[in-house]
Design a protein around this ligand. Sequence first.
Ligand SMILES: [Zn+2]
Length: 292
Amino acid sequence: MPELPEVETISRGIKTHLENQTISNLKILNPKLRYLIPKNIKQDCLKSKILNVRRKAKYILIELDNQNIIVIHLGMTGRLLITTKNTQKKNLSTEEIFTHRLKHLNKHDHVIFQLENGTSLTYNDVRKFGMIDLIDKSQMESYKFFKNLGLEPLDKAFSFKAFEEIISKRNKSIKSTIMDANLIVGVGNIYANEALFKSRIHPERLASDLSKIEIKKLRKEIIKVLNAAIEAGGSTLKDYANEKGESGYFQFNFKVYGKNGQPCSKCKTTIERIKQNGRSSFFCPECQVLLT
Ligand SMILES: [Zn+2]
């Protein structure tokens, strides 16, 4: 499942192709994703210009000049593919390019947005757990998928004070706390494990037992690990700018994630694996002590 860094990478990748372009056509090949794609999406998107593309939690927002926002969630296997007008098509009109695009569909292409400059954006999803919705800008705060979202770890709002406020009141494990999207969005299992290792905090420690110094360190490491993953993702951007883009998952140099049975990179103690709320936690029992 794409996590925050992947979604940020994809959002940045498609942004350069979409911004300031006008949607000239739209084809819904299959409206049945996790939720039904709203019927009005075509009439409400046509002829509108894309002002901005950005990420919110694990959603991609395409903001239009008519106050509408296209909301996309990639679910488990959703992909966004950009097809640019290539040189062979340089004499074709946008409508001819669109017709051509529709004749060359890939398996699991569900929605195609055609832009006036000849570029198209395709939503492809094998398992169809993703989502495409259209909301009015004024609905942003009250929208059912946004209203309960926690802090954005890469926003200014994710201050030490705000983080401490969350952590110090929770009588749950620190790992489940930082992974709770109602508190903080986008810290998936991989990044939670890595940030806790870097902060030398055992994943089963009670959130409310953490010291100020530990909270400070953990906040920094969460931001660092997410940014590092986004940076690593930059190299896979080309996958999204290409009709045949394959994977949304990039290589990342994990320290503990998936490393159970292997020596810790710091102290050579064997990395252990436990289950917490049904998810695997990986940690070094020497670097991340349970009792302090
Ligand atoms: Zn260690």
